[in-house]
Design a protein around this ligand. Structure first.
Ligand SMILES: O=C(O)CCC(=O)C(=O)O
Ligand SMILES: [Fe+2]
Length: 333
């Protein structure tokens, strides 16, 4: 009998052999990552290529940003449209919902808002949805750092996509042309202290259970904890994905699941109270920094060549990334 999966189910993989190793090191690391995405949909990568000093610096900037007075943060307001996903959202503005598009149903779910605030930015040259910054004098250096961090994460994103391609038996550069526009999203998240009791009982959520929309997500988390990933065998059962030192959590998004004919798994996850939190207390603030990898807006994706065949029909019609992501984002604002 196979042994029971360990609690968090999420394997830890050292990415260094992929980045610096021999062709066979690269292949075996790629295979481990592919296997993790095929089974759990999540992996922890250590030695991922984003220098730890930069990660720490990003968290320091994030804290500095969220510490600004509300009226300053609101100088960079998130536009009312969900599709224009940039700028600052105060607590309660965004409610992550899972595949619910009916306006009345979305309204009902929004009654229990997520207890979080966020700041979103993307590539500098996005003319359709330009970045929205707080004026420089309020937080000098913030914009320059975020632009640089965006580019650093982009480097690791490309390497992970190559590992996925190699692991799946595709040409290593298969995903590159679909991601040439750098259509990624750097998100700063702050979950303010909240009574642990409310989070433990589920009356309030830090982020409600959801799947991500894009191709994959790199998630940097602080040492507070609270991230939970749905059990691959039991719907509705969640296990902690605790902080692992110097690791980035990487997970598959819905767009990649669809592209792969459901071979790679986009797994539900959420943020609640940190494990074993004392329910009489306030939960510590949590900071996290997800970096969402998204395919070019106009890229039409059809099933990956290794994921269909005579006995395995294509489940989904071709779609553009722009249409798919836009539909998902509109439901969250
Ligand atoms: O804060 C976290 O760790 C989770 C964030 C997340 O899942 C998201 O923004 O999609
Ligand atoms: Fe997520």
């Amino acid at each position: 009998m196979p042994s029971a999966p360990h609690k968090s189910q999420v394997p830890i993989v050292d990415f260094a052999p992929f980045l610096n190793g021999t062709p066979s090191d690269r292949k075996s690391t790629a295979t481990q990552i592919y296997q993790a995405f095929k089974t759990v949909g999540f992996v922890y990568l250590i030695n991922h290529g984003v220098p730890q000093e930069k990660v720490n610096e990003c968290f320091a900037w994030s804290k500095k940003f969220f510490d600004l007075p509300s009226e300053i943060k609101n100088l960079a307001p998130h536009p009312p449209s969900g599709r224009y996903h940039k700028g600052y959202s105060s607590v309660g503005k965004e409610k992550v919902v899972q595949m619910v598009y009916d306006p009345e149903a979305v309204k009902a779910l929004r009654k229990a808002p997520d207890v979080k605030e966020s700041f979103e930015s993307g590539r500098q040259d996005d003319e359709l949805y330009p970045n929205i910054w707080v004026p420089e004098e309020h937080i000098p250096g913030f914009r320059a750092f975020m632009e640089e961090y965006f580019a650093t994460c982009r480097g690791t994103q490309c390497q992970i996509l190559r590992a996925v391609a190699l692991g799946m038996g595709l040409d290593e550069t298969y995903f590159d042309p679909f991601h040439s526009d750098r259509q990624n999203q750097l998100r700063l998240l702050h979950y303010p202290p909240t009574p642990a009791k409310e989070l433990l009982s589920g009356v309030k959520e830090r982020i409600a259970a959801h799947t991500d929309f894009g191709t994959l997500t790199m998630l940097f988390q602080d040492d507070v904890g609270g991230l939970e990933v749905e059990d691959i065998h039991q719907k509705g059962v969640f296990h902690p994905a605790p902080p692992v030192e110097d690791a980035v959590v990487v997970n598959i998004g819905d767009f990649m699941q669809r592209w792969s004919n459901d071979e790679l798994k986009s797994t539900m996850h959420r943020v609640r109270a940190p494990p074993a939190d004392d329910e009489t207390k306030m939960t510590k603030a949590r900071y996290s920094v997800p970096y969402f990898s998204t395919a070019n807006r106009d890229a039409i994706i059809d099933c990956l060549p290794t994921c269909w065949g005579e006995d395995r029909p294509k489940k989904y019609a071709p779609i553009t990334s722009g249409d798919y992501i836009g539909m998902r984002l509109d439901a969250t604002y």
